[in-house]
Design a protein around this ligand. Structure first.
Ligand code: FMN
Length: 209
């Protein structure tokens, strides 16, 4: 059975972001996809300190929050949904700190795990935030699931989001597309294996050193 992890970056367990993610969860269950919704936004997640501990040890130096725990689950999952409220036109600080550390500290292959970003704002900043979150996937060989609109809802409260019918429809279609992709990739991986990934080159300067 395919498994997807959903991260709620909002400090609110039952706010706008959660409402959007729960709309997806309903469809994932209809599609026979196992889900785990993890609340990240209520934790004190500090930022990456670029210490290099993870490069040698394969995990983040900080064990004080969820990063290493979610990393182990992410390794086994077929997909990852990251949900965030918009703060000043960007994803909120907690989810950005979390995603920086989750992606930087994990060396396991994320190739063909399906990613999806979901954002919630009252008025503006959704598409800019959506673009930021998608970048974690598109540097990691993760195909991105899309929907019938950019994956966003609008509201200040969960009740507002329940009235955003197109937003909720976008979430349901996203979950259907993502379920299809996860199942199709699992079957194809079984049949053909994963595509070759060359990783030798690591160019930081014009002379290649
Ligand atoms: C610090 C802060 C900054 C915010 N900045 C924006 C913003 O730039 N644009 C916007 O439309 N809403 C902004 N909002 C409102 C939230 O993005 C919006 O209410 C969101 O749907 C809340 O989601 P949640 O209930 O899951 O936390 C901000 C809220 C806070 C607390």
């Amino acid at each position: 059975m395919a498994k997807v992890i959903l991260l709620n970056g909002s400090p609110k367990a039952n706010g706008c972001t959660a409402t959007a993610l729960n709309e997806m969860v309903k469809i994932f269950h209809e599609e026979g996809v196992e889900t785990e919704l993890i609340h990240v936004g209520n934790k004190g997640v500090r930022g990456c300190i670029s210490c290099g501990y993870c490069v040698k040890n394969g995990k983040c130096i900080f064990n004080d929050d969820l990063v290493n725990e979610v990393a182990a689950k992410f390794e086994l999952a077929d997909g990852l949904v990251v949900g965030s409220p918009v703060y000043y036109g960007s994803p909120n600080g907690t989810i950005l700190s979390f995603m920086d550390r989750l992606f930087y500290s994990t060396s396991f292959s994320k190739q063909m795990k399906v990613g999806a970003a979901v954002v919630s704002c009252r008025r503006g900043g959704n598409t800019a935030s959506f673009d930021v979150l998608n970048k974690y996937f598109t540097i990691s060989s993760m195909p991105v699931a899309s929907s019938t609109y950019w994956n966003q809802v609008h509201g200040f409260t969960a009740e507002d989001v329940k009235k955003d019918l197109e937003g909720l429809q976008t979430m349901r279609n996203l979950a259907r597309n993502m379920s299809f992709m996860m199942k199709a990739f699992a079957e194809t991986r079984e049949k053909y294996g994963l595509p070759l990934q060359e990783c030798e080159a690591f160019t930081s300067f014009p002379d290649g050193k």
